[in-house]
Design a protein. Structure first.
Length: 257
């Protein structure tokens, strides 16, 4: 079985963010980087299948600048067999359709039976790339998966719906699954596996080598939300508080105007 896992490198969410000079993305200069949390569950699920099936082979793919290789190496240390790095310095300017098109250009003739992606990325959060990729490749696509099992060429999954409701879905391979938090427990790479990852194949491709499409979306402006003023605490007895409250509402809002 041939498995593809698509991952993204994102900033550590505890980082201090600022808008870059273009005004359309964040400044990446002093950020710490890590694997997108949702993608860790995708990698783990692929490795669990590999442990279940003797003939499974996992390719991990990521798009981005040279620093992305560190995140790719972590995926290989977790258990992926080989990697593809689509080198692209402007990936942050690409919309979900462009990113899915780049992955399709690589994967369309590789015969992958099963594809895993995270539900969404922690920085952009569009939640679109996985299902766009499934549509472009012409395979079954199932999103927001929190439980997964595979029997032969049929998978059975549970999707998380609104309000905590779950839906059970059955589908035939080939298929693509987007992974929600809690699907499994991602493993920590061991030191021996980190050393083994350094010897695994990593294919580097320039984005310009693959078929590209025009963007469907454009980011006009990125900005930090305005800081809200602190709350106002009213003190006194009930009668005074009621009067203070009405006076404050009249002065500071238009509710009673």
């Amino acid at each position: 079985m041939k498995i593809l896992v698509c991952i993204k490198q994102v900033p550590d969410m505890e980082s201090r963010f600022s808008v870059d000079p273009s005004g359309t993305w964040y400044d990446s200069g002093d950020l710490a980087w890590r694997m997108n949390e949702y993608d860790e569950y995708a990698v783990e699920q692929a490795v669990l299948i590999k442990e279940q099936l003797e003939d499974a082979d996992i390719t991990v793919l990521s798009i981005g600048p040279q620093r992305v290789k560190e995140t790719i190496k972590k995926a290989m240390a977790m258990g992926c067999d080989r990697a593809v790095h689509i080198e692209d310095e402007r990936v942050h300017n690409r919309d979900p359709f462009e990113i899915a098109s780049l992955i399709t250009a690589y994967a369309s003739d590789k015969g992958f039976d099963l594809i895993f992606t995270g539900l969404q990325s922690q920085d952009r959060g569009s939640g679109q790339v996985g299902l766009l990729l499934a549509e472009m490749l012409g395979v079954n696509g199932i999103s927001t998966v929190v439980d997964f099992s595979l029997d032969g060429d049929q998978l059975t999954v549970q999707r998380e719906l609104e309000g905590g409701t779950r839906a059970t879905i059955k589908a035939q391979l080939p298929a693509l699954v987007t992974c929600q938090l809690g699907l499994n427990t991602p493993r920590y790479p061991t030191l021996p596996n980190i050393m083994k990852a350094k010897k695994k194949d990593l294919l580097a491709l320039g984005a310009e080598q693959l078929t590209q499409t025009a963007s469907r979306q454009e980011t006009i402006r990125l900005f930090l939300p305005d800081k809200k003023t602190g709350g106002l605490i009213l003190e006194g007895d009930a009668a005074d508080l009621a009067e203070q409250l009405i006076r404050t509402i009249k002065e500071k809002t238009t509710v009673l105007s």
